[in-house]
Design a protein around this ligand. Structure first.
Ligand code: DX5
Ligand code: ZN
Length: 221
């Protein structure tokens, strides 16, 4: 069953309460919060995404998944643990070594939060394999992290296929989430490659009809 996680990155701050409400009515499965520190990626969304998370917490019960694109993973993990979100995913490229990755994984899990690892287009998918027994999801970045509205990078499709095969062969229970450039056309490709959670930002939030946009993405099986 394919789930949709709507990224709020490309939304208008003034309308956020109505957007949250309309997306809940449209049955988004998650809200996707893109936390960027202006260092790991050029964009800085720290203030905006903290406000969005607090707004969601006040008006909605839809689970919040946080995608950290930051250098100092520990600092923002602590912030979002305190905001009691449902999952926290960090970029593997932000960790210096295996010890640091394992440390973040256990800290997030000890605080009753689900944990994911995100992997940028240029990073080999094999880098995440050793952590699969300990995490809930892998976010395969299908665009370069840092902004919304980009085109899906076609080479990332085989990363999804390879990950899906490895997870199946080892009977791991890990969600494959894809993030970036998801629209009516690419949704079918990534689902066929093995993705079961699709992050979509501009395709949904730029549409006039959230219900229809989400329905179209889910139907692409
Ligand atoms: C990019 C973010 C994505 C992005 C998706 O760094 O991680 O979540 O907001 O936006 P679209 O769907 O417009 O590519
Ligand atoms: Zn994201």
């Amino acid at each position: 069953m394919v789930e949709i996680s709507t990224s709020l990155l490309s939304t208008n701050e003034e309308e956020i309460i109505k957007i949250i409400y309309d997306l809940e009515v449209a049955k988004t499965d998650y809200f996707h919060i893109d936390v960027m520190d202006g260092k790991f990626v050029e964009n800085d969304t720290l203030e905006k995404m903290r406000k969005y998370t607090e707004s969601i917490k006040t008006v909605s019960n839809v689970p919040i998944e946080v995608h950290l694109m930051v250098n100092n993973v520990e600092e923002y993990v602590k912030d979002y643990i305190d905001l009691e979100v449902s999952s926290i995913t960090f970029q593997i490229e932000a960790c210096k070594n295996e010890m640091e990755v394992l440390k973040q994984i256990s800290y997030i899990k000890q605080n009753n939060c689900k944990v994911g690892i995100a992997i940028s287009p240029k990073t080999d998918i094999e880098k995440v394999y050793e952590y699969l027994p300990y995490i809930h999801k892998v976010i395969v970045m299908t665009v370069e992290p840092g902004k919304g509205g980009q085109e899906l990078i076609p080479e990332t499709i085989q990363k999804i296929e390879a990950l899906n095969k490895f997870i199946y062969e080892n009977s791991y229970e890990v969600d494959i989430e894809v993030d970036g450039g998801i629209n009516e056309k690419t949704a079918k490709e990534v689902i066929n490659a093995g993705a079961n959670i699709l992050v979509a930002g501009s395709y949904i939030t730029n549409s006039k009809d959230y219900v229809n946009a989400i329905k179209i993405l889910k139907q692409k099986i």
